[in-house]
Design a binder for this molecule. Structure first.
Ligand code: XMP
Ligand code: MG
Length: 183
């Protein structure tokens, strides 16, 4: 697929690469302050959070070990059901750790709510969430997310790690996927 065809699949650019980088740097300053002297573990949710993790973690001024979790949520291609299955579990014991979950997006909140409950049972010292994007009007459960990049409208977005059918993940910006692509 060529660049021009990809552009046709996108309706609006919501957040640019520059805006994302600046916001992640800002959030990193806050996180660095909040976790100074603490045993922080970053947990990325595959695959969407890969870009967020890469750019955010490199803004932190101290060691920040990373681990990864892969989950799948059943549902239609653009909506999550809240029924979650672990595809890849963590390698790290969470006991006594200060866990910061790094997410691409909070949509219904169902996946994260399941994940938070699952992690709580593993005995961490604390758990917080950082999400690059959040769709406030789509929330089915309230997620207490301490670090939020951008609140966006309830539209299906792609880019910067977010995909539709494994495509568009490598776009630099976050854009709204044109309905003709999935309807
Ligand atoms: P929920 O609804 O459980 O979302 O908060 C769970 C996961 O679904 C993916 N998701 C999206 N992926 N564009 C995407 O490419 C979107 O607009 C979108 N909304 C949700 C994402 O992986 C999220 O963690
Ligand atoms: Mg995700």
């Amino acid at each position: 697929m060529r660049a021009a065809e990809i552009q046709d699949d996108l309706s609006d650019i919501l957040v640019t690469e520059e805006e994302i980088k600046a916001k992640l740097a800002e959030l990193a300053v806050q996180v660095a302050k909040d976790y100074e002297g603490k045993d922080l573990l970053l947990v990325g949710v595959l695959k969407g959070a890969v870009m967020v993790m890469a750019d955010f973690a490199r803004e932190l001024p101290f060691h920040a070990p990373m681990d990864w979790m892969a989950v799948s949520s059943y549902g239609s291609s653009t909506k999550s059901s809240g029924v979650v299955q672990i595809r890849k579990d963590l390698d790290t014991d969470l006991h006594g750790k200060h866990v910061l979950i790094v997410e691409d997006i909070i949509d219904s909140g169902l996946t994260l709510s399941w994940l938070l409950e699952n992690f709580e049972s593993r005995g961490p010292e604390s758990i917080e969430v950082l999400a690059l994007l959040r769709k406030p009007d789509a929330a089915k459960v309230e997620i207490d997310c301490k670090y939020v990049g951008f609140d966006i409208p309830t539209e299906f977005v792609v880019g910067y790690g977010l995909d539709f059918d494994e495509r568009y993940r490598n776009l630099r910006d976050v854009a709204v996927l044109a309905p003709h692509v999935y309807s």
